[in-house]
Write a protein that binds this ligand. Structure first.
Ligand SMILES: Nc1ncnc2c1ncn2[C@@H]1O[C@H](COP(=O)(O)OP(=O)(O)OP(=O)(O)O)[C@@H](O)[C@H]1O
Ligand SMILES: [Mg+2]
Length: 229
């Protein structure tokens, strides 16, 4: 897998809506995220942030509207490209690491799934762990790490295959405030270096401002404001 094989991809969302059991929880979402930039989704609990992220990931199929990554239709009409074919990396609030695998094996997993050769995998895992400051932890199990370290492993796993799009769902909200702030700064720096297009869900305005060029404010399934900083 060559490095930086394509320019970063813009995300276009038009007329996007979603219903759960007949109840409309997302309405007429219109967004365009320029290539290589980060958009933060900010809003109160239940407003639809995670639902929008899951639609981008392909974990849910939209009830209305379309999602494009670059020129490619990811979801809309009868099309719904499955998550493993979207070239995305995800980081969740609860880390979602494999407990029986070492740190290195967790980070290697996306490369293994993509059929990357062993020699290249070793180089990439090492580089990803170095990027998140965990070079000395490759052989540990997730249970032998702090919460902040576990989230760094999840971050390394999300970036190791150099996906076109990174999706974050409140990745720092389980951590205490000081740690949150320092990890947030590290992530902002990393996102700047990678130049990947990213969507970052958070409750925290300060986090959104540190990390994102564009901030979409959501309320009750709608985007009510969109700012670029
Ligand atoms: N699988 C589901 N089945 C039915 N309703 C759901 C499902 N998932 C989410 N919802 C509902 O959809 C709405 C939006 O939920 P969502 O998880 O997107 O909110 P959120 O903005 O991410 O909230 P939080 O900040 O608490 O994570 C809520 O009313 C929620 O109850
Ligand atoms: Mg959520």
């Amino acid at each position: 897998m060559p490095v930086n094989r394509e320019p970063a991809t813009a995300i276009s969302i038009s007329g996007l809506g979603h219903q759960f059991n007949g109840q409309q929880v997302l309405n007429d979402i219109e967004l365009r995220i320029p290539a290589g930039t980060t958009l933060a989704l900010l809003g109160p609990s239940g407003c639809g942030k995670s639902t929008l992220l899951k639609l981008l990931a392909g974990l849910l199929q939209p009830s209305q509207g379309e999602i494009h990554f670059g020129a490619r239709l990811m979801a809309g009409g009868r099309t719904c490209v499955p998550p493993e074919q979207r070239d995305i990396g995800m980081v969740f609030q609860d880390y979602a690491l494999w407990p029986h695998m070492s740190v290195a094996q967790n980070v290697d997993f996306p490369l293994h799934m993509r059929g990357v050769g062993q020699a290249e995998r070793r180089i990439r895992v090492k580089a990803a762990l170095a990027r998140v400051g965990l070079s000395d932890f490759a052989g540990r199990k997730p249970s032998e790490l702090s919460g902040g370290q576990q989230q760094r492993v999840a971050l390394a796993r999300a970036i190791v295959a150099e996906p076109r799009v990174l999706l974050f769902d409140e990745p720092l909200s389980n951590l205490d405030r000081d740690l949150r702030e320092s990890l947030c700064r590290d992530m902002a720096q990393l996102l700047g270096q990678l130049g990947t297009t990213a969507v970052y869900v958070t409750h925290d305005r300060a986090e959104a401002h540190l990390l994102a060029r564009h901030i979409a404010f959501m309320s009750q399934g709608h985007i009510v404001d969109l700012t670029t900083v």
